[in-house]
Design a protein around this ligand. Sequence first.
Ligand SMILES: [Ca+2]
Ligand SMILES: [Ca+2]
Length: 140
Amino acid sequence: MSSIKLGQNTSVIVYENDKCTGSSLALTSDASSITTMNDAITSVAIFSTLETVSTNCVWLYEHCCFGGSKVEICSDTADFSSINFNDVASSIRLGSNVSSVIIYTNTNYSGTSNTYTEANGCFTTTGNNDQASSLRITLK
Ligand SMILES: [Ca+2]
Ligand SMILES: [Ca+2]
């Protein structure tokens, strides 16, 4: 794949590997020549621009490629059991004013931590798939 035409109110993130992993490129408009990832795209996540993450929040998704159920989190959360999402999260999107998110494998901001500064399509790439139990949000 070398070019893309987007429908109305659509944006995409294209990925080098399957299940939204590997190098990625976010596109919000038609691209007649995708030079940076020419013939290197294996999977695509499609979003509606009418439905965006709240500015200071993040969306966690049940599955890779931003699929399944999702929860919106807008402040530090010490125990995902409280939002019925413990050991479930597999991908994340960040609101426009979120600088970084630290996700921990255990409750109360303990265990292994992973920092995200942009959308991540599959936590298998960061080794914490289905392990997230708490998180901290830092705004810009
Ligand atoms: Ca999952
Ligand atoms: Ca956990």
